[in-house]
Design a protein around this ligand. Structure first.
Ligand SMILES: [Zn+2]
Length: 108
């Protein structure tokens, strides 16, 4: 089982592919596939046939999952994609931190 250091709502930057360099936010993590869905990333347009719900048909834009290895956490302090490390605190709780600047990224 792959451990994911990224979480929902995390700011990310896309590092590979068509949306390379795009800054976004994680909408959903598809754990069993190792993918994430990020706001406005890997958007595909689908032509919809007219249906009862959508009588005129038309074009629907949908975000498709991308591989989790194609995104990096966007550290607000570094202003770039970074790797995260995990610190275990004295009370046993875990906190994620930026490996570049050391900034704790979990605010709660
Ligand atoms: Zn940083």
């Amino acid at each position: 089982m792959v451990k994911f250091k990224l979480k929902k709502e995390d700011p990310i930057i896309v590092t590979v592919g068509r949306d390379k360099g795009k800054k976004s936010k994680i909408v959903r993590i598809v754990k069993d596939k190792g993918k994430v869905i990020a706001e406005g990333v890997n958007v595909v347009k689908r032509h919809m046939k007219p249906s009862q719900i959508n009588p005129d048909g038309g074009i629907v834009e949908k975000e498709m999952p991308i591989d989790i290895s194609n995104v990096m956490y966007l550290c607000s302090k570094c202003g770039k994609g970074v790797r995260l490390g995990i610190k275990v605190l004295q009370d046993g709780s875990k906190q994620r931190f930026c490996k570049s600047c050391g900034e704790i990224v979990d605010k709660d």
